[in-house]
Design a protein around this ligand. Structure first.
Ligand SMILES: [Fe+2]
Length: 242
């Protein structure tokens, strides 16, 4: 059975994703449009100035180099050696700028969040709509893939990206084939992995999910911004809510 959000959600505060959904004509149409977006080929486009994007990749490389796993080292190497001349736009319909600004403004934000903000116009975001994920949750989560099969920079053996979440959002327990690690960049969030129960994680923490491990995350007062990486089986269609 699909779990529902357990946190109270602000009564009058609309998700920043909601406006664009309404503009698109409602959830049903949005889902169809989102599917088409997912299936649309990425559009190659040269960046006017790749400096900020390159700096973001290098800073994330340095961060993941501190993760003592093969997947972390792969992410670090791939980010460091990424050819930014291969940058391409990703078909996307979301603009989480305001939410990113809130996350970047938190006192706990890591310095590298500034790198995210400096190249935010070069990042294309989408709401994450995995199998079984309630629309009311997915519209509160925005993700961008920096490196990977669907990313700004093509890569076949890993995915690396960013995710920003509204406060008071309960991302339900789910699993997927890819081995995954999150690096918390800003905001405090609670994580459950397997049978650990919910544990608070703060900026600078790595949270690891082995392949197929059930895991979930919930935010409280703070928005959340994290960097994520996948290795192993990168098939997104293996995602499902428990
Ligand atoms: Fe995950």
């Amino acid at each position: 059975m699909q779990r529902k959000a357990v946190h109270p959600r602000p009564a009058v505060r609309e998700s920043r994703c909601e406006g664009s959904r309404k503009a698109l004509g409602g959830h049903s149409f949005f889902r169809q449009a989102a599917l088409q977006v997912c299936l649309a080929p990425a559009r190659a486009k040269r960046m006017d100035d790749p400096t900020h994007f390159r700096n973001l990749l290098l800073t994330l490389s340095d961060a993941f180099s501190r993760e003592p796993r093969a997947g972390g080292q792969l992410a670090a190497q791939s980010l460091k050696s990424a050819d930014v001349s291969g940058y391409r736009r990703i078909a996307s319909s979301e603009d989480p700028s305001a939410l990113l600004g809130d996350a970047a403004g938190l006192p706990s934000a890591l310095p590298l969040v500034e790198q995210v903000m400096q190249c935010k116009t070069q990042l294309d975001w989408t709401c994450w709509e995995g199998e079984g994920l309630d629309t009311m949750i997915s519209q509160r989560l925005f993700t961008t893939e920096l490196l990977g099969p669907d990313g700004h920079i093509p890569a076949e053996d890993l995915r690396v990206g960013l995710l920003v979440s509204e406060p008071w959002t309960d991302y339900p327990v789910s699993s997927h084939s890819g081995e995954e690690t999150y690096l918390v960049l800003s905001g405090v969030a609670e994580w459950v992995v397997g049978d650990t129960g919910y544990i608070k994680h703060r900026p600078g923490d790595f949270v690891h999910h082995p392949a197929w491990a059930p895991h979930g995350r919930r935010t409280m007062n703070d928005p959340f911004l994290g960097a994520w990486r996948w290795s192993g089986d990168l098939n997104l269609s293996t995602f499902s809510v428990k």
